[in-house]
Write a protein that binds this ligand. Structure first.
Ligand SMILES: [Zn+2]
Length: 319
């Protein structure tokens, strides 16, 4: 059954295509700016005009969606630019929706890219340290969801793992007549070392402490299903597992358990490992990229957020 390419095509169980891919972009202020991210070869922080140029290219290759992360003009303790109607992401969404109305635009919905301390919510002093004030943060997240939806985001993607965030955001959107704005919940987001390069890219590393108090322990899989079930109950239209590669079992279990679409985030560290080994001549980069993306699909992901999206779509195009 493996004798020829034609037979292999006939019995192939998993088909990967550009339709499976979502391209992330880091958007920064300015014009004509393209600042490469050293730990992620091929990825750059882009000004809005440059992001639209790249978005056009991925659309031409058949990629249906992008997710936008913002690098604000300035950061403050309350992450104000996240919920400013003229914040970087809101401007980016308006521009990309007017240039490419059919492109599905997803907005990352968290405060950590906008807070000067780099945490995902508002902090309050407690004992000798700090803790995230969950309920104040929820209020700011629903304001952020509203301005993103108002700007034209098709889906919002709460990524901070705050308790109750999905429900609060769903109610806020419905209350503002934004019933068609979907929620892609980062349901199972692990406290992972694989996010390192992203924090360079989004300049969002916490200035102290870490995110272990609200992100998941890499040792737990059943807990991921509980988190996903809660998010679905609160109104999530889709659930995400992040990272992807070390959590393929979690993707599979989520796929088997739930009927909503499952997304997987092939994160920055996973991307960086491939690029670094490729640069050293230790791996066939494009081949490994395809194998990784295929494995995530095989594990059960309906959609894959990946920095490889454009390159993979180009590979399909060139075949
Ligand atoms: Zn965050």
């Amino acid at each position: 059954m493996r004798a020829s390419p034609a037979v292999r095509r006939m019995v192939r169980e998993t088909q990967l295509s550009p339709n499976d891919l979502i391209q992330p972009f880091f958007v920064r202020p300015g014009k004509n700016e393209r600042r490469p991210v050293p730990s992620m070869p091929g990825v750059a922080q882009l000004s809005i005009d440059q992001m639209i140029k790249d978005a056009r290219a991925v659309v031409a290759l058949g990629v249906p969606a992008v997710i936008l992360f913002g690098i604000p003009e300035k950061k403050d303790p309350a992450g104000r630019e996240a919920y400013d109607p003229d914040g970087i992401i809101q401007r980016a969404v308006r521009a990309v929706k007017s240039a490419l109305p059919d492109l599905v635009v997803i907005t990352d919905l968290c405060l950590c890219e906008y807070t000067d301390h780099g945490h995902c919510g508002v902090l309050r002093a407690r004992g000798r340290g700090h803790e995230i004030e969950n309920d104040t943060t929820l209020e700011l997240l629903s304001r952020t969801a509203l301005v993103q939806a108002e700007a034209g985001a098709d889906w919002v993607a709460p990524s901070g793992m705050m308790d109750g965030a999905v429900g609060v955001i769903r109610r806020a959107l419905d209350g503002a007549g934004k019933k068609n704005t979907a929620i892609l919940a980062y349901a199972a987001k692990y406290a992972s070392g694989f996010y390192g390069p992203f924090r360079d890219a989004a300049q969002s590393a916490p200035s102290f402490g870490d995110r272990r108090s609200h992100q998941m322990d890499p040792a737990n899989a059943r807990e991921a299903l509980r988190e996903a079930a809660l998010d679905i109950k609160e109104g999530a239209d889709m659930v995400m597992v992040k990272p992807a590669l070390s959590y393929l079992d979690v993707i599979r279990r989520a796929r088997d358990r739930f009927d909503v679409p499952v997304a997987a985030y092939n994160v920055s560290g996973e991307y960086a490992m491939v690029k670094a080994a490729e640069a050293k001549g230790w791996l066939d980069g494009p081949r490994v990229m395809e194998e990784i993306l295929l494995s995530i699909k095989r594990a059960g992901a309906d959609m894959i957020l990946s920095y490889h999206a454009r390159e993979m779509a180009q590979r399909f195009h060139d075949r």
